[in-house]
Design a protein around this ligand. Structure first.
Ligand code: NOJ
Ligand code: CA
Length: 527
């Protein structure tokens, strides 16, 4: 059972395809419905692969699409090896893998290792009175009246004489990967047979999908495995290094992306190839796009790039030799950036996100500026997240092209505003957000200097926090989201002088670099 594990992994050992990967995240419920039942399906994703490819995206992440009671939109898995019938069959998903690969697109699935649905057969067995193979698969106290200190738990639901620990919602009992320092007889160590069995079961799930064509996993709540006082995550990271070691041996092309947002733990200690930079209150990412009038990308705002850099640079410095930070336009848990940002502001924001090191993820519909739908009734445990999960807006007309179903049958209503952005309305218009995203992604693919692992250096402009000059390899990039021109100090202007503009947005024009950054502009300069 023991594996030799390196203490850390090198970025050079990550799958090579990640260097040039641009991901597209799909919430399968609302991407494209092909059979008129009001909910998206695998056939819909397969049909839209050419569109995804047309964006320049060469990888996909699909949110959980497995059998589930959907109390948390599928993050409550009832069967890890069977897809939810509402999306199609396992064969439909295998076909999607094949078609995607034929079109140059990798597909990663969502792995939910920390918990299952309360309806998972493992959990039902685990809750039986008579001890059995699954008794130790979840975390149970040893008396129906005894709780689990410091953690949410439930009693009174199952025949077993104990209470069980939750990992998130009430419907999501925590799987047992052990306790770092067990203090009670009912707490297992991380190398106990019970904890190891859980770990092996999760490897088995991973092998199942990798053998059938998946290209890796986005890992839900990756930091949540080991219980007890695993605050530094040494126990949880050791498990991920073990899993990474298995992947390196058996599936060296498979990508492992953490939902953790702590690269020092996820990437350096845990061996993940990439870790999302999530929207957490007041972190660097938040200050770029999601801090109201203080967002860096708000034209009239009071943005300050230093707030981003002071959080981002240490994360980047500690993790760059080991893996990638994944920048996101948004995800299914986060309010969309529009309408808080205008489409013009979003162009500059995306230009920045798509030219940073690491692996970028575009959330479906962000490329056309789909707007967060405030105040929607909650759907499948979405609560305020529901407004970010509405149907993709393909074209004017019935259900904005998402589905042929009666509007009352839709998983969620489409954006009802008369000026709701659509793919069809923007396609072919070079001034649109959609075509801007396409041009940016194309430029990224065409320039190795923008690859995930090419170095990054920031040049803050003294006294002007609302603009930035930065370097990727041999390219110099300038972004000024503010409504005013920003003169560059000589030391920075000198770096740009004589360079050719290779790409520009806003008031920048092709030609030599000047020592003033025009308002609301972005430009990339070459040699
Ligand atoms: C994070 C997922 O992104 C979120 O949607 C889900 O509700 C929780 N983890 C629980 O699995
Ligand atoms: Ca359907």
């Amino acid at each position: 059972m023991k594996n030799e594990q390196p203490a850390t992994f090198s970025v050079t050992d990550a799958p090579a395809w990640l260097r040039d990967a641009v991901f597209y995240e799909i919430y399968p419920q609302t991407f494209y419905d092909t059979n008129g039942d009001g909910i998206g399906d695998f056939a819909g994703i397969t049909e839209k692969l050419p569109y995804i490819r047309s964006l320049g995206c060469n990888a996909l992440w699909i949110n959980p699409c497995f059998d589930s009671p959907f109390k948390d939109a599928g993050y409550d898995v009832r069967d890890y090896k069977r897809v939810a019938p509402r999306y199609g069959t396992n064969e439909d998903l295998y076909h999607l893998f094949e078609e995607a690969h034929r079109q140059g697109i990798r597909v990663i699935l969502d792995l939910v290792p920390g918990h299952t649905s309360e309806e998972h057969p493992w959990f039902l067995k685990s809750g039986e009175e008579t001890p059995n193979e699954y008794s130790g698969r979840y975390i149970w106290s040893d008396d129906w009246i005894k709780g689990i200190p410091g953690a949410p738990y439930i009693g009174g639901e199952r025949p077993r004489n104990g209470t069980y620990m939750l990992n998130f919602f009430k419907c999501q009992p925590a799987l047992n990967y052990g306790w770092l320092h067990p203090t009670e007889p009912w707490q297992c160590a991380t190398d106990s047979p019970e904890a190891l069995a859980t770990r092996e079961a999760m490897k088995d799930v991973m092998r199942f999908w990798l053998d059938r064509g998946a290209d890796g996993f986005r890992v839900d709540m990756a930091g949540s495995l080991v219980k007890g006082d695993d605050d530094q995550k040494s126990g949880t990271c050791a498990i991920w290094r073990d899993i990474r070691t298995m992947l390196d041996r058996e599936y060296p092309e498979a990508a492992l992306v953490a939902e953790w947002s702590w690269p020092e733990q996820a990437i350096v200690s845990g061996g993940f190839h990439a870790d999302f930079y999530l929207d957490h209150w007041d972190n660097g990412y938040h200050t770029l796009l999601r801090d109201g009038e203080n967002s860096f990308f708000r034209r009239d705002g009071r943005g300050d790039i230093h707030r981003f850099l002071k959080d981002y640079l240490p994360r980047y410095a500690t993790s760059r030799d080991h893996g990638y930070i994944a920048m996101i336009t948004c995800n299914h848990d986060t309010p969309r950036v529009c309408p808080d940002l205008t489409p013009e502001e979003a162009k500059l924001a995306y230009a920045f996100l798509l030219t940073l090191p690491g692996v970028p993820f575009i959330y479906y519909g962000d490329e056309i500026g789909m707007r967060y739908q405030a105040g929607m009734p909650t759907k499948e445990g979405g609560y305020t997240r529901t407004g970010t999960r509405t149907p993709m807006q393909w074209a004017a007309g019935k259900n904005l092209g998402f589905s042929g179903a009666d509007a009352s049958l839709l998983y969620l209503p489409v954006d009802a505003s008369p000026d709701a952005p659509t793919v069809a309305a923007q396609e072919g218009d070079p001034a649109s957000l959609l075509e801007t995203v396409r041009a940016l992604v194309r430029f990224r693919h065409e320039h190795k200097d923008l690859a995930a692992d090419t170095d990054f250096e920031a040049f803050e402009i003294p006294g002007e926090p609302h603009a930035l000059v930065y370097r990727r390899g041999g390219l110099y990039l300038c972004v000024n989201p503010s409504g005013k021109a920003v003169p560059l100090p000589e030391a920075i202007a000198k770096k740009l002088s004589g360079r050719q503009c290779l790409f520009a947005l806003g008031a920048n024009r092709a030609g030599d670099a000047s020592d003033i950054l025009p308002p609301e502009s972005f430009a990339i300069y070459g040699a």
